[in-house]
Design a protein around this ligand. Structure first.
Ligand SMILES: [Fe+2]
Ligand SMILES: [Fe+2]
Length: 195
């Protein structure tokens, strides 16, 4: 397993679930609510597990991928994006499923999530694939999936994080020498322009 592949597959699942909602019969309120609830659980458990088992290790090993202005910017952006997605999820949960305000919040969640996933794949996953060893990526895949299963079983309450505080305090300093990918250069590929 590889945490980067697991994250990317879950992004595909999120895209698919938004597409299912778009095509769902508009008068099946119970069905819309159930599909949305499942998607909201996936969005929150995914973000939470990334914050516990992906970003702290990226902060330690990453150098900034593609158009990221460096690893701190990369992570700060991601945490802020997670909070924006949480805002939309909270808004949708406060509205009646199928109502105009509910659909606006759902579509806003899709926009925020879509923008975030593109950036996460292009910057964060690309950086981690270049800088983290396969052993670490396997180990973190198990931790991420375990975390998500445990959280989903408990039910979810989205809680925002302070992005600056996260970057300053959540770096994983416990990584050993085998955490580094030694087959590729010490800095990740970057674009001609960064943020
Ligand atoms: Fe993600
Ligand atoms: Fe994310």
């Amino acid at each position: 397993m590889d945490i980067c592949d697991v994250i990317q597959r879950q992004h595909d699942e999120q895209r698919t679930e938004f597409a299912i909602l778009e095509q769902w019969p508009r008068d099946d309120i119970e069905g819309l609510e159930a599909i949305w609830n499942r998607l909201a659980i996936l969005l929150e458990t995914h973000a939470l597990a990334e914050e516990k088992h992906f970003y702290p290790q990226l902060l330690t090993l990453g150098t900034g991928g593609a158009d990221a202005g460096g690893v701190d910017d990369e992570v700060e952006d991601a945490i802020k994006d997670h909070n924006s997605i949480r805002d939309c999820v909270r808004r949708a949960n406060a509205e009646k499923a199928g109502s105009e305000a509910w659909w606006k919040a759902v579509v806003d969640a899709n926009v925020a999530n879509s923008t975030h996933m593109g950036e996460e794949e292009r910057q964060d996953l690309a950086d981690f694939r270049q800088q983290a060893s396969l052993e670490l990526r396997h180990e973190l895949a198990i931790k991420l999936l375990r975390e998500m299963a445990m959280e989903a079983a408990k039910g979810i309450t989205p809680v925002d994080r302070d992005a600056d505080e996260y970057v300053a305090n959540d770096k994983d300093d416990s990584l050993g020498a085998d955490a580094k990918n030694t087959d590729l250069p010490d800095t990740s590929l970057t674009a001609s322009e960064t943020e």
